[in-house]
Design a protein around this ligand. Sequence first.
Ligand SMILES: [Cu+2]
Length: 155
Amino acid sequence: MKNNGLIIGVVIILIAVVLIGGLTAYILSNNTTSNSNTNTNLPYSNTQPSTNTETNANPPVTNASANPTTSTPKTYDVEIKNFAFSPSSLTIKKGDSVRWTNRDSVEHTATSDNNAFDSSLLSNDESFTFTFNEAGEFSYHCTPHPYMKAKIIVE
Ligand SMILES: [Cu+2]
């Protein structure tokens, strides 16, 4: 009877140990798998919004940089030097301005072939600025030296 009681006690303890050990092992494995699941899920859900914000952030940057180029008027310089306009062909946007500066000691003009603009005679280092508000190709010349020819292309 004493032996039986001991055996039953040992068996109960063994069962309890196995049950507790098994439970803790099961809980631990569940926790680690659930943790690793949430861990692997988090980086994915984190990288996806970050790549989304990156791809979303890129178009506004190009939009913001594209807007000033179309909306902000620029002033381009054309030098009159050695009896020539430099650059001889200049492409600008509607609303932009061109500033001609005479670098020669001789007087020159920047005179539109179709009377769109005329600087009149410019002496040395004198400038004339004209704003192009209409698209088109504007050929011009120098009145005292008609062989001096150039053009402004307004897009
Ligand atoms: Cu000239």
